[in-house]
Design a protein around this ligand. Sequence first.
Ligand SMILES: Nc1ncnc2c1ncn2[C@@H]1O[C@H](COP(=O)(O)OP(=O)(O)OP(=O)(O)O)[C@@H](O)[C@H]1O
Length: 248
Amino acid sequence: MNLSTHPIEARGLRKTFHGRPRVDDVSFTVAPGRVVGLLGPNGAGKTTTIRLLLGLARPDAGDGVILGRPYRDLEQPARTVGAVLDAGGLHPARTGRQHLRIAAARIGVDAARIDAVLTEVGMARDADRPAGGYSLGMRQRIAIAAALLGEPAVLILDEPSNGLDPAGMQWLRLRLRAFADAGGTVLLSSHLLSDVQDIADDVVVITDGRVVAQSSMGDILAASGGDLEAYYLQVTGSAQLIENREVR
Ligand SMILES: Nc1ncnc2c1ncn2[C@@H]1O[C@H](COP(=O)(O)OP(=O)(O)OP(=O)(O)O)[C@@H](O)[C@H]1O
């Protein structure tokens, strides 16, 4: 295996909850310099797949592999992989800056990085307010700042645009594009198809825990008349659902 070819690899991942497979034989790869969009309806298994890749859940079968190893076996996992999972996870009494200080100390990053990432995510002005008073978008910006803190080579982001305002979304698109263009590797889940259409090089679509489509964005747009949403609705079977529910 050439380690540099695919920094992110899902190899036959399977996870069962209460006897029902919720992630079932999921395989895909993400090459350096690529942004891959992980799409699928609510409950499809995107977050579970991401948790399996990040070693936060144990697969019943298959492997999640980052730079050739399971996440937990990486020498400096949090400096290798920047992750955004749940913007709700901030302690309400701690300020944004305190969260980043704790994260920086834990992963061995110089505290001087904190001001840099706070400025980058547009949170310098609000960094010393308790997170309990932050809006969803502000919490999301702190979560993104934490992911960038260790200058990772790989970003794995679960709905990173959640709560961001249009300027924040545009900043994130440009940031992720620049990150990938500099050789970084990005996996992001999102329901915002226009966002994904603008940024992703490749798309993996999951429905009911299984990969139902994976393709380059170029091929998808060529085949769908430039419309990722039409493609998505088709491959997830949602187009049929909408037709059946159409108000006459
Ligand atoms: N810890 C758990 N225990 C039981 N069921 C779970 C657990 N985690 C996830 N599930 C179930 O697995 C399925 C996939 O959930 P997951 O969060 O991965 O979906 P998702 O694609 O991220 O959805 P959404 O777009 O709504 O965030 C859902 O049916 C969910 O209820």
